[in-house]
Write a protein that binds this ligand. Structure first.
Ligand code: NAD
Length: 261
């Protein structure tokens, strides 16, 4: 996809780390002017420096945002429009998993936090980008495999990600009215700091297809799907919750459990 996003302006939330970082780097490689937004400003600035050091054709910029804050999302998008004059791609990807508390141990405070960052944060981002997204533009939102099946190990996270899928499907018409698309991605397990793995380098292209069946993915595996959904090649794909999980969810019972007494 060389130069797929040349002349385009892209915003990536959660861009300081993991999937967002990989997507920001790949969007810049494809010619986009990238705004790397994150609560972690130093991390976002480090990704911007990484993009500049790689010789990007368009300058990247860092923006600090707490996606939980409605006004902060509006300010983030206003900063993009003020600096670049347009917004073609929004990858609303910031998220939080926490310590994976099951129903027995999760409390109201953690439930509220998981919903606030993952679901309300996505709502805030969608509300901010919809009025300005360019004709022909695309929004990609990061849900999760836990957004299409239940996750007993982290029910609040799963509820938030299910909510994201419903939100995306419900916003199709509002974006279509602007000539833009919106889709969700639902990754399975991905090696990123979210689940305690170190951030990893961009994968050599020869290694990209080498994912074991039902195994963990790399941040770039998810980024590549996000880029494709944001690209004109996916122009007929809209309102979808695209699963990418190396077949994690493809069968009813991957491991046969003993039944009955
Ligand atoms: N890693 C996985 O296994 C996995 C699987 C499915 C979905 N996801 C989703 O992918 C997205 C990216 O996660 P990742 O795995 O790259 O994790 P990550 O921890 O590497 O990156 C998440 C980024 O979001 C930022 N962030 C967190 N709260 C924020 C807030 N309130 N405002 C702004 N930024 C905030 C963090 O600072 C961080 O840079 C998340 O939405 C996550 O739920 C991850």
């Amino acid at each position: 996809m060389a130069g797929t996003f040349t002349g385009k302006v892209a915003l990536v939330t959660g861009g300081a780390s993991g999937i967002g970082r990989a997507a920001a780097i790949r969007l810049a490689q494809e010619g986009a002017r990238v705004f790397v937004a994150d609560l972690n400003l130093a991390g976002a600035e480090a990704v911007v420096a990484e993009i500049a050091a790689a010789g990007a054709v368009a300058p990247a910029s860092a923006v600090q945002v707490d996606v939980v804050d409605h006004a902060g999302n509006q300010a983030m998008v206003a900063a993009v429009i003020a600096a670049a004059g347009r917004l073609d791609v929004a990858f609303l990807n910031a998220g939080y998993y926490g310590a994976a508390e099951g129903l027995d141990s999760i409390d109201e405070e953690l439930f509220d936090r998981l919903i606030a960052i993952n679901l309300k944060g996505t709502f805030n981002g969608i509300k901010a980008v919809q009025p300005v997204i360019a004709d022909g533009g695309a929004v990609v939102v990061t849900a999760s495999a836990a957004g299409v099946v239940g996750h007993p190990g982290n029910p609040a996270y799963s509820a938030a990600k299910h909510g994201i899928v419903g939100l995306v499907k419900s916003c199709v018409d509002a974006f279509a009215a602007r000539g833009a698309r919106i889709n969700a991605i639902c990754p399975g397990g991905v090696e990123t700091p979210l689940i305690g793995a170190p951030d990893v380098a961009i994968v050599p292209s020869a290694d990209l297809p080498r994912v074991p069946n039902r195994g963990m993915g790399r941040a770039q595996h998810v980024a590549e799907v996000a880029l494709w959904l944001a690209s004109p090649a996916a122009g007929f794909v809209n309102g979808q919750a695209q699963i990418l999980d190396a077949a994690l969810l493809s069968t009813f019972a991957p491991v046969m459990l003993p039944v009955g007494p």
